[in-house]
Design a protein around this ligand. Structure first.
Ligand SMILES: C[S@@+](CC[C@H](N)C(=O)[O-])C[C@H]1O[C@@H](n2cnc3c(N)ncnc32)[C@H](O)[C@@H]1O
Length: 476
C-alpha cells in the first residue's frame, strides 16, 4: 500500500461534483442519524471545497444544535475518517473493481465513512453498513445502494490488522513504509519523522502512534489576568507540566471556545509547545534595553498575545507583522488592550527600522507536520513538493529577522514541523551565511526532558504531549 511509486498517498479526489441538495438546511437538525449526517457533510466539504474539518464540523454542530453523544460520535467519525483517509482508500481500492477516481464523489464520501466505522470503531458491522446504505438511499435513491452494500461487506470481511497484513510493506524490507501504513500516515511524512528522530525503530512507532491520537486541548492563561492554577480550577483542567501559563484539558472536553475564561479573554487556546517557544524568546539575557519586541509572522496572533501580555508587564511593546490582511484582523482581535502594533506587510521587507529590536520571533509558515493531530485531513493534503518553496521563504524570513534585531539581541526561529529541511537545514544555512551565534536553546526550556544534544530544541507529541515544535535561538 505504501510502497514508493506503487500508489499515490494522497487520497483520491474524484472531482468536485456536488450531490443533490437535501431538504434539510443547516439551520434545521436532520431528523435521522444527525451524527453520521454531520460527519458525512463535513467529509464532503473537506473533499469538495478543501475545507478544514476542525472548522467545518464545530460550526455545523452548533448550527444544527447537535450536542452530547451525537456530537461526540460525529466528531469521532469525522476526525477519525479524515486521519485514516489514505489507509481507508487503499482498502476501498482493493474492494472496488474500478479506480476510486471513477467512483461518484458522494458515494466515495459515504464509503469512507462506512469503512472507518468498520475498521476503527466498536459500531457493529451490520449497523455501520446499514446506516451508510440508509444515508445513500436518502440522498441518491435506491440505485447505488447495492454497490455500497456490496463494497462495505467486502471491507468487513477483514479487520484493520488483517487488511494491514495484506497491504502494508514488509517490516524488514521497508520499516518506515510498514509503520506509516500501520499508523495511517503517508510514507514521506513517516520518513521525515524517522530522519528527525534518527531512528526507524520503536521510537518512530511511538511518534506515529501519538500523532494518530486525538490530542488534549491546551489553554494559555493570559499573563497578568489569571494564573494557570486559577484557570485550571475554572475549567476543570490540569496545570500543564512545562509552561507556567499552560492548562491541559481532556481530549474529549468539547469546544474550548465555549469556556467562560476563553470567551472573556482571560485565556486562549494554544498548544503548550507554542507557549514554550514564545517564552524561549523572552528568556535569554540581553544587555541594555529590552523594550522593543517583534513578531515577524504573527497571524492569527496566539504567540503575539502571549508576548504582548509579557511586554505589557515589562512596560515594553510588540510590533506584529502579518502578510495576510484577514489574519492581521485576527491579531487585532486577540491582542486588543495590549501594547501591540500591527503591520500588514511582508516580513521579508516589512519597512521597519533595521537593527532596532531587542527580540524577534520568526514563527515561520511551514508544512505543519508537527501539528497533524490537530488537523485531521492535513497529512493527506500536504505534499513533499511543498517543502522546497517553504524553506526558501523560511530562510528569507529568518535573514530578515537577523537584519531587524540589534547587535546583542535575540532571534527565535520557530516552526511547527520536525522536517529537517525546515528546521536544522534552514537554520544551519542562515548561520553559515550570516555568522550569527546559535544559543543552546535547551537552557530556555527549563524542566522539559528529552531535548537531545542541542543547541536546537525539537518537541514531540510522544515525548512531551505537545505539538512537534522546533525552536532555534540565535544571537546577533
Ligand atoms: C505559523 S503562522 C504564525 C502563527 C502565529 N505566530 C501564532 O502563534 O498564532 C505563519 C504566519 O505567517 C504568515 N506569513 C506567510 N508569509 C509571510 C510573509 N512573507 N511575511 C509575513 N507573514 C507571512 C502567514 O499568513 C501566517 O499567518
Amino acid at each position: 500500500m505504501t510502497q514508493p511509486g506503487k500508489r499515490a498517498h494522497r487520497p483520491s479526489r474524484p472531482g468536485r461534483a456536488r450531490p443533490p441538495r437535501r431538504p434539510d438546511t443547516p439551520e434545521r437538525p436532520p431528523t435521522e442519524d444527525p451524527a453520521r449526517r454531520a460527519a458525512l457533510d463535513t467529509l464532503r466539504a473537506v473533499r469538495a471545497d478543501d475545507a478544514y474539518a476542525n472548522l467545518v464540523l464545530p460550526k455545523l454542530l452548533r448550527d444544527r444544535r447537535i450536542s452530547g453523544r451525537d456530537a461526540a460520535l460525529a466528531t469521532e467519525l469525522t476526525y477519525g475518517t479524515c486521519r485514516a483517509m489514505g489507509l481507508i482508500d487503499d482498502i476501498l481500492a482493493e474492494c472496488i473493481d474500478r479506480p476510486l477516481s471513477k467512483v461518484e464523489p458522494f458515494l466515495l464520501d459515504s464509503l469512507r465513512l462506512g469503512t472507518y466505522q468498520l475498521l476503527r470503531t466498536r459500531i457493529p458491522a451490520h449497523a455501520a453498513v446499514a446506516s451508510t446504505v440508509d444515508m445513500v438511499r436518502a440522498d441518491q435513491g435506491p440505485r447505488p445502494t447495492g454497490f455500497v452494500n456490496a463494497v462495505l461487506r467486502k471491507v468487513s470481511e477483514k479487520d484493520e490488522s488483517a487488511w494491514l497484513d495484506q497491504l502494508a510493506p514488509d517490516a524488514t524490507e521497508d520499516p518506515v513504509g510498514n509503520l506509516a501504513a500501520r499508523n495511517a500516515h503517508p510514507r514521506w511524512i513517516a520518513r521525515a519523522f524517522a530522519d528527525a528522530l534518527g531512528t526507524t525503530g520503536e521510537e518512530l512507532s511511538d511518534a506515529l502512534r501519538a500523532d494518530d491520537e486525538r490530542p488534549a486541548v491546551h489553554l494559555v492563561a493570559r499573563p497578568g489576568e489569571v494564573s494557570a492554577e486559577e484557570l485550571a480550577a475554572m475549567t476543570g483542567g490540569d496545570v500543564a507540566p512545562y509552561s507556567p501559563y499552560g492548562v491541559r484539558l481532556d481530549a474529549g472536553a468539547g469546544d474550548p471556545g465555549d469556556l467562560d475564561p476563553v470567551k472573556e479573554k482571560l485565556a486562549g487556546v494554544q498548544d503548550e509547545g507554542s507557549q514554550l517557544c514564545a517564552l524561549a524568546l523572552t528568556r535569554p539575557e540581553v544587555e541594555g534595553s529590552d523594550l522593543r519586541w517583534l513578531d515577524l509572522c504573527a497571524g492569527p496572533g496566539g504567540k503575539a498575545a502571549l508576548l504582548g501580555a509579557l511586554a505589557a508587564i515589562n512596560a515594553g511593546t510588540l510590533d506584529a507583522v502579518e502578510k495576510a490582511p484577514h489574519r492581521a484582523k485576527l491579531i487585532e482581535r486577540i491582542t486588543s488592550g495590549l501594547p501591540v502594533k500591527i503591520h500588514v506587510a511582508d516580513g521579508r521587507s516589512p519597512g521597519l527600522e533595521v537593527g532596532s529590536y531587542d527580540r524577534v520571533l520568526v514563527d515561520a509558515p511551514c508544512t505543519g507536520l508537527g501539528a497533524l493531530r490537530r488537523r485531521p485531513e492535513a497529512r493527506w493534503r500536504r505534499q513533499p513538493s511543498d517543502v522546497g518553496d517553504l524553506t526558501r521563504l523560511q530562510s528569507a524570513l529568518l535573514t530578515s529577522a537577523l537584519n531587524l534585531v540589534r547587535p546583542g539581541g535575540v532571534v527565535a526561529y520557530v516552526v511547527c514541523s520536525p522536517h529537517l529541511a525546515e528546521t536544522i537545514g534552514v537554520v544551519s544555512d542562515v548561520v553559515r551565511r550570516t555568522g550569527v551565534t546559535p544559543i543552546d536553546a535547551r537552557e530556555y526550556f527549563p524542566d522539559v526532558p528529552d531535548l537531545g544534544d542541542g543547541p536546537y530544541v525539537q518537541l514531540w507529541p510522544h515525548r512531551h504531549g505537545t505539538d512537534a515544535m522546533f525552536c532555534a535561538l540565535l544571537r546577533r
